[in-house]
Ligand binder design. Structure first.
Ligand SMILES: Cc1cc2nc3c(=O)[nH]c(=O)nc-3n(C[C@H](O)[C@H](O)[C@H](O)COP(=O)(O)O)c2cc1C
Length: 340
């Protein structure tokens, strides 16, 4: 590989780091290809969830999160990235072509990359300590750098509308046998699994934290903490875009990753909540009632502090890097270099 791009071992190491990104039900719906001086991200439609995610929104958000993790990994190693999103209209699964410019890593680049292995989806109760407004502002700023707005549901009316939508969507999906079957196929995984949501990371009983109904996963094994003596002060952020096309969803995933990594760097706990967006009527209600009809909601994020004494959560598994590399004989973007 020429000097104007990282060598193959470095690229494979950064792809391995990128696969630590969150994904809907830990489906990891991505594939990667390495070109002469480029890296390419593809959606893997075989890992789609047609019932849970009928629009393929969560799949694109998951891939966008992996793309941002990749950018962060390269930045920390002294490579700024130039990203061409959806570079080939004839191949819609080709989500991004990434090329490189050598550039000194900043302390921020290194802090974000260091946050990747520590980030977890945390579905437990959060403490009563509020998230400081200054931190919420920084998280919103991170999203806006990715072209995405992060709206904190601070106004009690907005909070009520948002939590009502979350509850309504969870109830509707819970009534849907096909949704439950799809969830059961991806949840309750044991230690040998390489994908899906491990039992160890999901509560053993249905959970509601204050006014927020969490997604209920079957066969959970995460014990609920003793009865809450304190209120849960988790903050809710809605990530939204000005359009609802595929590139906007990919960008929403990049913003999700940017917010999650910044939050992890602050030692905040986080949990994405996609149910109110996946269910059409509540998605429309959020757009009209919380976003005043001017932006499209893409995902909700719960952010807060782990209560004192809260145990670290185990890392969820990932497929081996070799399994997500290759499988695309040619990258049809010749100006960006062929695969090898
Ligand atoms: C687009 C998207 C939607 C998600 N939706 C939910 C959700 O509604 N509820 C939930 O508990 N976790 C949700 N998650 C978190 C995933 O389940 C989690 O990322 C995955 O199991 C891997 O675990 P990790 O984040 O701890 O690495 C979502 C993640 C993504 C990227």
């Amino acid at each position: 590989m020429p000097q104007d791009a990282p060598d193959r071992r470095t690229i494979e190491a950064v792809i391995a780091l990128a696969t630590r990104a969150p994904s809907i039900h830990n489906t990891q719906p991505w594939r990667w290809a390495i070109g002469d001086s480029s890296v390419h991200l593809f959606a893997d439609p075989e890992r789609a969830l047609p019932t849970t995610d009928p629009d393929g929104r969560d799949l694109l958000i998951s891939c966008g999160a992996a793309l941002h993790h990749l950018r962060v990994g390269f930045a920390a190693l002294g490579w700024a990235t130039v990203v061409h999103r959806l570079p080939n209209p004839a191949e819609p699964d080709h989500l991004a072509a990434v090329t490189f410019i050598a550039r000194q890593a900043t302390a921020d680049d290194i802090a974000l990359a260091a946050a990747i292995p520590h980030r977890r989806t945390d579905r437990r109760r959060f403490s009563s300590w509020p998230v400081p407004a200054a931190m919420v502002d920084v998280l919103a700023e991170r999203a806006s750098c990715e072209g995405v707005v992060a709206v904190a549901a601070e106004d009690p009316r907005d909070r009520f509308r948002l939590t009502a939508a979350i509850t309504m969507a969870a109830w509707q999906q819970g009534m849907d046998a096909a949704y439950s079957a799809e969830l059961a196929a991806w949840a309750g995984r044991g230690y040998a699994a390489v994908d899906g949501v491990p039992a160890a990371n999901t509560p053993s009983t249905p959970v509601r934290h204050g006014d927020v109904t969490m997604r209920t996963f079957p066969d959970g094994a995460l014990d609920a903490p003793p009865a809450a003596s304190e209120e849960d002060s988790g903050e809710l952020l809605v990530l939204a875009t000005t359009a609802d096309d595929r590139v906007s969803r990919l960008r929403a995933g990049e913003a999700l990753s940017a917010v999650l990594l910044a939050a992890t760097d602050f030692r905040l706990a986080t949990c994405p909540l996609s149910q109110p967006i996946d269910f059409g009527p509540t998605r429309d209600a959020l757009r009209e009632d919380v976003l005043d009809g001017i932006a499209f909601p893409q995902i909700v994020l719960r952010v807060g502090w782990v209560p004192v004494g809260g145990e670290p959560l185990p890392a969820t598994p990932r497929r081996p890097t070799a399994e997500v590399l290759g499988g695309y004989p040619s990258v049809k973007a010749p100006h960006l270099g062929g695969t090898r």
